[in-house]
Design a protein. Structure first.
Length: 373
């Protein structure tokens, strides 16, 4: 029988090896987690100290049970032990998930940054193990880092404002990233009993863009579904603990930052004017509009307004974006008729594109590829 001192030392070494293994594994998967999920759960380092041994025990019991399943009493005991181990594993995961340990939230890195990261990691391991191949990894790291800096700093023409229209079906949802990094969110996508589009559509897009703070948040409607989705997106961007969304004082502070705006709002950027029609106000009732409107972003219901076509002609509209649609099976006949009437006018719809981004420059704007949302 081992001495208590030796036993404690071996036990401490066992858990220390699990901790070191967790660090090495985390270093290996961190870029993949950030690129796909935009988060790194810091609680995993602590959770693995308990979960990894339990999984090891469950795996061993499962393998032994396969070979001894024909032995009545033994197989029953093994099955009970395996069930208990799996329940403890799931309970441990739930416990650590509920701990108020923050997650790192980061925007999706550039592919070159991921390559540079893995080269740096391999370089570090090569130096530690004193392999002669280390200088080669150092050269590759230098090349990839230089390319990344050139692409993102020296060759960036940048700072152009982008406006993204989300595919959130029956509620117009817009994200604006202005020159200088200022961010604006209009509506949250909506929410009902089955889905919160603020969580499943808007938030992943914002995290992928590297947004960590929303400078301005606007709402064109105070319906509960929109407010709920806005709060989910705001909390997800600015908080890293799951319990934050249940903090009433915190949610109240977020609610105080949401500003109401009219469903018919004009935005101007240098030489371009953008009209957002997120409600159902008849176009004949719109006042104080500039003589030229470059882009009209309108609710699907405007296709049914008699004066909409005349309105587009009167204000020399250059692009129309339909930001909503009733259902996935909505008839496109009104859209087809409008395109026939304006064959030279770009008329885009989130029903077809899934999401649309405009990029604004000093001399006008251009439509980018459909947004990833």
């Amino acid at each position: 029988m081992p001495k208590p001192k030796g036993f404690l030392r071996k036990t401490a070494r066992y858990f220390l090896m699990i901790f070191y293994g967790s660090i090495i594994a985390q270093l290996g998967v961190t870029p993949i987690l950030i690129y796909n999920f935009h988060t790194v759960p810091l609680v995993s380092f602590l959770a693995n100290l308990l979960v990894v041994p339990l999984v090891g025990v469950a795996t061993t019991l499962g393998i032994v049970l396969v070979f001894l399943s024909a032995v009545p009493v033994v197989s029953t005991l093994l099955a009970e032990a395996l069930t208990l181990t799996l329940k403890l594993t799931l309970a441990s995961i739930d416990y650590f998930h509920a701990l108020p340990i923050p997650q790192l939230r980061l925007g999706a890195p550039h592919l070159l940054a991921i390559i540079a990261y893995y080269l740096a990691l391999q370089l570090a391991f090569s130096f530690v193990s004193r392999k002669r191949i280390a200088p080669l990894f150092a050269i590759l790291l230098l090349i990839s880092t230089s390319t990344l800096i050139w692409k993102n700093v020296l060759a960036d023409g940048g700072g152009e404002t982008e406006i993204t229209f989300f595919d959130t079906r029956d509620l117009t949802t817009v994200f604006i990233e202005q020159t200088g990094g200022r961010t604006v969110l209009i509506n949250g996508g909506g929410a009902n009993q089955s889905v919160n589009l603020g969580e499943v559509t808007v938030l992943p897009f914002l995290l992928a863009k590297g947004v960590s703070h929303l400078d301005s948040v606007f709402s064109t409607t105070t319906q509960s579904g929109n407010m709920r989705s806005l709060l989910s997106a705001m909390a997800g961007v600015e908080q890293s603990t799951p319990s934050a969304v249940d903090d009433s004082a915190y949610l109240e502070s977020l609610t105080g930052r949401i500003e109401p705006i009219d469903s018919s709002t004009i935005f101007s950027y240098r030489a371009s004017n953008f009209l957002l029609l997120a409600g159902s106000t008849p176009v004949q009732n719109l006042n104080n509009l500039p003589p030229t409107i470059n882009v009209v972003a309108a609710d699907w219901r405007y296709l049914k307004q008699d004066g909409f076509a005349v309105f587009l002609k009167s204000f020399h509209v250059e692009t129309v974006i339909l930001t909503t649609y009733p259902t996935l099976y909505t008839s496109k006949e009104p859209l087809r008729r409008l395109r026939e009437e304006f064959p030279n006018l770009p008329i885009l719809s989130v029903l077809e594109s899934g999401g649309i981004t405009l990029q604004l420059a000093a001399d006008g704007f251009r439509v980018l590829a459909p947004a990833n949302n």
